[in-house]
Each structure stands twice: as structure tokens, then as C-alpha cells.
Design a protein around this ligand. Structure first.
Ligand code: ZN
Length: 312
């Protein structure tokens, strides 16, 4: 509407200004064309998000329709490819079991024409012990946890399987460390959750400090939620929230794992759990647009629309 409002002023320009006018006209035509193609205006400040595709080659148990996940993912990828999104992120549990499952869903995800990212989920490690170490590389991940920039925002990908019974082979030092951590901290949360380890927490604090210095706004991605209180939360959710509380640059924490979805706001930070794609016959995914005022979630299928206002 604001672009439309400029048209009458163009009738009053003449002479050398005309070139500027023609250029403006050309630009506006291009903008209208892009808008017509994508149907979403400027999608470059937006990203696609999927949680818990969770494919495996079995029919499904109850609400989980594992065998439908490839067709849901295909439709989702085709939909994202009609938009000019900055990137797409899958929030963990890309598969449910068997390393072979990756060979079914990886080629579909690789059809995305924009940068694509993965977050490690607990079920991504439901593979043979000797193949667990290959999970990050089969997902083309640069590291188990990492960060990247997009249009002035910093996106930080956490690994909630750092301390985990799933992610490491039985008999390994890491598996033993998970057992020690679980008993020494008297963890009541289920064994299928996990924790962010000390080295990663230090890295997170340093990353957020740098983002603050660079005047970037930050969104964290993790497979596991930390807020509101829930059985699916990271074993050390309070520790992660404690770090988030130190850095006002963090505007949102977005995760999967709890297929029902969830939402809470705490100290001006939005904690959003996206619904699991694998559940029911209906799909679920989102396009999330960011600007200085709000994080706008457009839900597809079972996912909800939300406008999450950004506090200064
Ligand atoms: Zn999970």
C-alpha cells in the first residue's frame, strides 16, 4: 500500500528527474513481479522452520504417521521453494530410527533452493552404535553446534544431545559421563532428553557476547525446549535460561521435540515449540518473518499463526 501511494508524485517529475522516475518505475515493477511470484512480498527476512519430520519405514504408532513424513516433507519443500526465504531449518528428529532412513528424507530436503540447516534431535541418534558419529555429517552439519548470520540477525544452533544416553555408543566415555551427570544431578526428567554441556555453554555465552557487541538480535534453535516447564525440557533448562537472561539481544528460542507444540514468554524472550510434522495425517511447518518490531509466525497445516512482539 505504501508503494501504491507513491504513484501520483511521479506525474509531477520531468527532465533529468525523469530517469530517476523511470528507474523507480522499473524498480516498482520488479518489486510487484517478485511479490506476484512469491505471493509473500519480501521473504528474504523470513525463514522456513520444520520440527520432527521423524521418518522411519514403519506404518506408525497412534498419532505418529512415520510413513507419511516423506510426502509431507516433499510438499513442504515445494512450498518453501515458491518463496524467497533466507534459509530453512529443521529442528531435530529428522528420522525416528535406522540410519537408512536418512537416505529417504535427505534427498528431499536437499531440493531446497535456499541455505538449509539442521539441529540435532535425540531420535537422529536412534541408529546403530557404530554409526552415531556419522549423524552430523550425513545431515551436512558444519558442527554439532554452530551459528550463522542472516540479514543482521544471529541464529545460534544448540546441541541438546551434548550429554545424552542416545547420542553416544554404549561403553563410550561420553555415555558413561551421561550416566554420571544423570545420577549426580539427581535428574528426574526422562532419559530420552539431554543436556547442553559446559564447553558448549561457555561457547554460547561467548557467542551472545559477540552478538551484543555487533548489535545483532539473536534467535536460538535447539531440539529440546527449556520453557515453559515441561517433561520434554533439557535436563539443564534452568542453566540455559540463566545464560539467556544475561543477554537482552536474545529475542526468541525456537525448538521441536514436544509434538503438541507450546509457547511461553519470559523476560521478553519468546519460547516457541513448533508442532511435530510426523503427527497426524495433516502436515505442520512454519514461515517465520523477523523485523525490528516482531517475529511473525505463519503456520501451515496444524501450526498456529502468531505475532511475537519484540521488546526493546
Ligand atoms: Zn525429540
Amino acid at each position: 500500500m505504501t508503494i501504491m501511494g507513491r504513484w501520483p508524485t511521479m506525474k509531477r517529475i520531468s527532465g533529468s528527474q525523469c530517469y530517476a522516475g523511470l528507474y523507480t518505475t522499473f524498480t516498482l515493477v520488479c518489486l510487484f513481479s517478485i511479490s506476484a511470484v512469491t505471493g509473500y512480498g519480501d521473504d528474504r527476512h523470513a525463514f522456513g522452520a520444520i520440527a520432527d519430520c521423524q521418518y522411519c519405514a514403519v506404518e506408525g504408532q497412534g498419532v505418529r504417521k512415520y510413513s507419511l513424513s516423506p510426502s509431507k516433507l516433499e510438499a513442504c519443500v515445494a512450498s518453501f521453494n515458491t518463496m524467497d526465504l533466507g534459509f530453512v531449518v529443521h529442528l531435530g528428529d529428522f528420522i525416528d530410527r535406522d540410519f537408512e532412513s536418512f537416505s529417504v528424507v535427505n534427498p528431499i530436503y536437499q531440493r531446497l533452493k535456499m541455505p538449509r540447516y539442521h539441529v540435532l534431535g535425540n531420535h537422529d541418534f536412534s541408529v546403530a552404535d557404530e554409526l552415531k558419529a556419522q549423524v552430523p555429517s550425513t545431515l551436512d552439519m558444519p558442527a554439532r553446534y554452530y551459528h550463522f548470520e542472516n540479514y543482521g540477525w544471529r541464529f545460534v544452533v544448540l546441541d541438546g544431545n551434548d550429554i545424552s544416553f542416545h547420542a553416544w555408543p554404549e561403553g563410550s566415555a561420553e555415555h558413561a559421563a551421561a550416566g554420571k551427570y544423570y545420577s549426580e544431578n539427581n535428574i528426574q526428567s526422562p532419559r530420552w532428553n539431554g543436556a547442553v554441556g559446559g564447553t558448549q555453554l561457555s561457547w554460547l555465552r561467548a557467542t551472545l557476547k559477540q552478538a551484543t557487541e555487533d548489535r545483532e538480535m539473536v534467535i536460538l534453535f535447539c531440539h529440546f525446549p527449556v520453557f515453559p516447564e515441561d517433561v520434554h525440557n533439557l535436563w539443564n533448562a534452568k542453566e540455559v535460561i540463566g545464560i539467556i537472561d544475561e543477554f537482552p539481544c536474545v529475542k526468541a528460542y525456537i525448538n521441536g521435540h514436544n509434538h503438541k507444540g507450546n509457547y511461553g514468554v519470559r523476560n521478553g524472550v519468546h519460547y516457541l515449540t513448533l508442532k511435530g510434522m510426523v503427527d497426524t495425517e495433516e502436515t505442520s511447518y512454519a514461515v517465520i518473518r523477523v523485523d525490528a518490531e516482531a517475529i511473525k509466525v505463519t503456520g501451515y497445516g496444524r501450526e498456529s499463526d502468531r505475532v511475537l512482539t519484540i521488546s526493546p
